[in-house]
Design a protein around this ligand. Sequence first.
Ligand code: MN
Length: 141
Amino acid sequence: MENKEDFSKKVIFPIGPEAPDDIAKNFIGTVYLHSLVPYDSPLKHPISHVVFEPRCRNNWHKHPGGQILLVTGGRGWYQEEGKDARELHAGDVVEILPDIKHWHGAAADSWFAHIAMEADVLAGPTQWLEPVTDEQYDKLR
Ligand code: MN
C-alpha cells in the first residue's frame, strides 16, 4: 500500500495534521485536515483539504446548509442513504444538498483526498450520526 509521503506528492494541496479529537471521533481510521479558509472567516464559507488513509471514512452525517466536495486525489466513496455508493476520483465534484444523510471516505486499497466546502454554515453545524459499519463498507469494491 502506498504511504502518506508518496500520496502527498500527487496532490496539489497540503496534507495537514491529524484531525483534532472533536472531529476525529466522527471518523473510523485516521483523517488529516488542512484548513484553506478558516471557519470564522468573514465570508462564512470554510474550506478544508481532507485526506483519508485507506479504509478511513466518516460516520453518517447531515449538513444543514449542504456541502460540496472537490476530489483532489486517490480513490474513494460517497454514499447517500438508500442509494448505491458512488466511486470518486480526482476531478469529481459532489454536491450534497441540505440535510441529506451521507458519508464519504477512502477506498479500502487507496488513500483519498477532497476539498470540503461548507455551504451556508449559518444553517447550523454538521449533525453526526452512526458509524458506517465494516459490514456496510466491505460491500464496496
Ligand atoms: Mn459530508
